[in-house]
Design a protein around this ligand. Structure first.
Ligand code: Z5A
Length: 218
């Protein structure tokens, strides 16, 4: 029988430095494996394809030359266009779930909030590059900036963005929280200052609600 494959769900995980995205992605992967009969594709931004990963390198490597805000903005959208065309859309169309470590909310937070670029310009690029594509669920891990920077500093080796001053990261955090307040149906805010097992309990509750509401639970 020729069954039409249901489109997969597009989930994004967001937050400032050191909030625990990497630590929780493996947890989400095992949750999906246990609870759903769907393949989950893990990916990240900037990056996710060989070309987009090259753009990521250009984007994050510390350099003496001052990087113009618009250069930064266009680099993330160039990587995103490739990522959407080669990874996100094809996998969603095949019925896979896609989990991306950051997506366009990061642009609104870092380039909009952090750099102070005009949100209208970001919206225009979003329309050109994404057309009607939006995440179905966004998990925002929220943590006081200093705590996140302390956690991240244990890794050493700061990239170009991580070298920004604390006020930059405060603006990023506020921009994320504003976006979550403006779109409560899509966002779930998780208190990332809790112990990891409590963070993961909150994430699994959010996934369960999302799956029940979207008819995905087995
Ligand atoms: N960027 C942008 O500017 N515009 C855009 O449009 C996009 C991105 C898409 C690369 O992103 C950079 O790109 C990023 C934004 C910019 N800025 N920087 N830098 P990235 O996602 O690759 O890099 P990141 O934000 O630096 O991620 P991260 O620092 O690796 O953070 P994380 O993955 O959220 O954290 P983690 O590695 O899971 O955890 C950090 C440490 O905390 C680690 O030792 C954990 O064991 C520990 N941890 C985690 N959870 C807990 C709890 N609950 N308690 C205690 N300790 C914990």
């Amino acid at each position: 029988m020729n069954q039409v494959q249901k489109r997969g769900k597009f989930i994004t995980i967001e937050g400032g430095e050191g909030v625990g995205k990497s630590s929780n992605i493996a947890f989400i992967q095992s949750w999906v494996k246990k609870n759903l009969s769907r393949e989950l594709v893990l990916t990240r931004e900037p990056g996710g394809t060989p070309l987009a990963e090259e753009i990521r390198e250009l984007f994050i490597v510390p350099r003496d030359e001052l990087v113009d805000e618009n250069t930064e903005l266009l680099l993330v959208f160039a990587a995103r266009a490739q990522h959407i065309a080669r990874v996100i859309k094809p996998n969603l169309e095949q019925g896979c779930w896609v989990l991306s470590d950051r997506f366009t909310d990061a642009t609104f937070a870092y380039q909009g909030g952090g750099r102070g670029l005009d949100t209208k310009v970001i919206l225009q690029l979003e329309r050109i590059v994404q057309k009607d594509l939006q995440p179905d669920l966004t998990i925002l891990l929220d943590l006081p900036v200093e705590e996140g920077l302390n956690r991240a500093s244990e890794r050493g080796d700061f990239d170009r963005i991580e070298r920004e001053k604390i006020s930059f990261f405060e603006d990023v955090r506020n921009a994320y929280l504003r976006r979550a307040q403006e779109d409560p149906d899509r966002f779930v805010i998780i208190d990332a200052s809790q112990a990891l097992d409590k963070v993961q309990l909150d994430i699994s509750n959010a996934l369960e609600v999302f799956c029940n509401e979207s008819g995905e639970m087995q």
